[in-house]
Design a protein around this ligand. Structure first.
Ligand code: ADP
Ligand code: MG
Length: 696
């Protein structure tokens, strides 16, 4: 079972072998993620043109595609070769014009001879109320009209790749599709009324109706399900493997954690307690922990993770926290250091900035077990980072890391338990897609005593007023963030915009109290700037979204976000979460550029109504539909080819259940359905999973 099944081989062959495709095209195809024959089949048309013939263009709206039989009445040659050449035609009810530019007279007279009938297909337009079709897509004789595809699939294209190439190549592949056994449970298949894999591909690529590209189309749903099912299968296979590979039973003594409690100035919330219990239970189990800790910004995840790490140390091992940025790693280190010192736990920090002897010393301490808990960035992945006995790895703000990196960290010990923390409150269907098959603990309830954040929507035309107020507040002791608009088109523009705003604000508010921080700065400089902000020396921090994740400056109580309409709600919620952490009343000002349409205004208003991140994420998803709740740039979502967010919403949970169900009854995939499922995994290039099963 190590090799790809024969009947699938041609789908993974060389694109060169397909006629009409050469090295140049192969290069162009990469732009639309087509690298092997299979990818053509998985690149589904995004819409369907309806070319079913109608009797007349009468009543057809402008810009609509129309296919109609006409009688050619007369030719009207343009005055110059470049001006329009018009041909008057008559359908069953009205006359209209076909228009050509730069056309040869002789060619058009052969194509559309006066007095003959032709089938025309093209986009209808109106010029001075006269209907016309400029450069029809198709002109056919009556006997030849069957060659016009009734429902024409429209493929995503890139320069050098035409509809014709897509259509033609898919045609060849469809003709050679193998008949594969069914991998979907027969009951599910019947209940949903889904066609077979082969029929679904046919239906999607060769539509039989104009709404075949809609997300309710059974063939589309089936193909999406296949993709999600194979995704969940591979995650479940990996999970079973991890669970089977015995973890270590960590038996905490409870002595150190008791001490921690006595040093804390607060008591845990109910959800924090429950999450800590979940983690301790997992640590004690012989199976490996694979847990996601979801908690809104400010819900207090760090201390929960720390309690888990302390337990790992009590049990005689080591722990690690990995943060996505240097600033955050340092912040964790600084908040946890006093606690650790009080209970005689050796805490250390390892980032990319550690070099030479200092770094070597840290690595040695880790290797010899002198360091109990290490906090770090990506630097923890490096191969020379060796632990004496790593038991628990905590990954903070996971969405910045990929699944693979997470697994890397797990390899740093023989049986590392994994805890992943995220502040992105995403619905379960998306959590399944993003994090795979993990157990989940949720902190919904925030620590008591938080003052609600006042949130206001303000037109950017009132920016001068905002700056004046800000100046007053700062004079009264406030500290503020100012987040600059995201300019997606160009990184350079993005930074110049931030720099320009910084210069303006500094001019208005005064030298020395305004600073700029952005992602292009070295981490040393960023840290220094953050330090001055934390210490209160800097009053206003102008920033790009680098401050979005995690930073904790309790004295900061004003957040201004420019062009808020360009951000995702979840992202705005994260940004707002930077304030409201201290004892002072906090304010969040969302500046928007006019005109703002009703939908956008409604969307932003949600933030005024609630601070519940879970609710915000749900509303965002329902309002934006296929919109991107987590923000593409930072999402760890696998790239699905045939599933959009709505489909993930509709099908992921079922795919998850089906995967677990199948593996429970057929763990080695040996029944007919199991065998067929191996084909699916091959098709989806989940070869690794197949190997896991085979050696399992
Ligand atoms: P996040 O979940 O966003 O990572 P943090 O762990 O940074 O949140 O916690 C935010 C702040 O809340 C910290 O200053 C932390 O000390 C404090 N905190 C955590 N738990 C509690 C609690 N139960 N009561 C009061 N304050 C708490
Ligand atoms: Mg945090």
């Amino acid at each position: 079972m190590g090799t790809r099944p024969l009947e699938l081989l041609h789908l993974f062959g060389d694109l060169n072998n397909i006629s009409g495709i050469g090295p140049k095209t192969i290069n162009n195809l990469k732009n639309i993620s087509i690298e092997k024959p299979r990818d053509f089949l998985f690149t589904l048309p995004f819409s369907v043109l309806d070319r079913v013939p109608v009797k007349s263009v009468r009543g057809i709206k402008s810009s609509q595609i129309v296919t109609v039989e006409v009688l050619v009445k007369s030719h009207k040659i343009g005055r110059t070769r470049t001006s329009a050449y018009r041909i008057n035609v008559l359908d069953a009810e009205v006359s209209f014009q076909l228009v050509f530019f730069n056309a040869r007279k002789q060619y058009l007279e052969t194509l559309l001879p006066v007095g003959e009938r032709r089938i025309i297909s093209g986009k209808l337009e109106f010029y001075d109320d006269v209907p016309q079709i400029v450069h029809p897509h198709h002109v056919r004789t009556i006997t030849d009209n069957e060659t016009i595809v009734r429902f024409e699939p429209v493929y995503p294209l890139t320069s050098g790749v035409s509809q014709k190439l897509m259509f033609g190549t898919v045609d060849v592949l469809l003709k050679n599709l193998p008949e594969l056994g069914e991998w979907i449970d027969p009951n599910l298949l019947k209940e949903r009324n889904w066609p077979s894999w082969r029929d679904s591909l046919y239906a999607a690529h060769r539509p039989k109706s104009a709404n075949s590209a809609s997300i309710t189309d059974p063939a589309r749903l089936r193909l999406s399900f296949d993709e999600l099912f194979s995704h969940q299968l591979s995650l479940s296979i990996a999970r079973n493997k991890i669970k089977k590979s015995r973890g270590i039973m960590n038996i905490p003594t409870g002595i150190l954690s008791k001490k921690v409690l006595s040093y804390l100035s607060f008591s845990f919330t109910k959800d924090q307690k429950l999450s800590i219990t979940d983690i301790l239970e997992d640590l004690k189990k012989p199976e490996r922990m694979n847990r996601l800790l979801q908690g809104d910004v400010g819900s207090g995840k760090t201390i929960v993770a720390f309690m888990g790490l302390v337990a790992a140390v009590e049990a005689g091992g080591q722990g690690a926290i990995m943060a996505p940025t240097e600033i955050l790693a340092r912040q964790h280190f600084e908040t946890l250091l006093p606690l650790a010192e009080n209970i005689d736990i050796n805490l250390n920090l390892l980032t990319g900035r550690d070099k030479g002897t200092a770094r070597n010393n840290k690595l040695n301490d880790l290797k010899e077990g002198k360091t109990d808990i290490i906090i770090g960035t990506h630097a923890l992945f490096q191969s020379d980072v060796v632990f004496k006995d790593l038991r628990l790895a905590v990954v903070d703000e996971q969405h910045r890391f990929g699944v693979r990196q997470r697994l890397e960290l797990g390899k740093k010990g023989s049986a590392v338990d994994l805890l992943v923390m995220t502040a992105t409150p995403i619905p379960r269907s998306l959590a399944l897609a993003q994090y795979g098959d993990m157990d989940i603990s949720i902190i919904r309830e925030k620590p008591p005593g938080r003052k609600p954040i006042k949130t206001a929507l303000i037109s950017s035309s009132r920016i001068d007023e905002v700056v004046d107020k800000l100046k007053q507040s700062i004079a009264d002791g406030a500290q503020a963030y100012w987040v600059c608009p995201l300019i997606e088109e160009s990184e350079v523009l993005h930074y110049t915009a931030a720099e320009r705003r910084f210069a303006q604000l500094r001019a208005k508010l005064g030298e020395g109290i305004v600073e700029l921080v952005h992602g292009k700065m070295s981490s040393e400089i960023k840290d220094k700037i953050m330090d001055r902000f934390v210490s209160g020396k800097t009053k206003l921090l102008v920033a790009t979204t680098v401050i979005e994740v995690g930073v904790n400056v309790p004295t900061a109580n004003i957040m201004v976000v420019e062009n808020a309409e360009k951000f995702g709600l979840a992202q705005l919620h994260q940004l707002r979460g930077r304030v409201g952490r201290g004892i002072n009343q906090s304010t969040c000002l969302l500046l928007y550029k006019e005109p703002l349409n009703i939908a956008s205004k409604k969307r932003l208003s949600i933030l005024r109504e609630t601070e519940d991140g879970f609710k915000i994420a749900e509303v965002d998803l329902s309002l934006r539909g296929s919109g991107d709740v987590i923000g593409t740039a930072q999402s760890g979502l696998p790239r699905f080819r045939m599933s959009n967010v709505e489909m993930i919403e509709m099908l992921m949970e079922t795919a998850h259940q089906q995967a677990r169900y199948l593996l429970a009854k057929d763990p080695k995939l040996e029944t007919p359905q199991g065998r067929a499922t191996r084909n699916l995994l091959w098709l989806m290039e989940q070869d690794k999973s197949i190997r896991l099963i085979s050696v399992g």
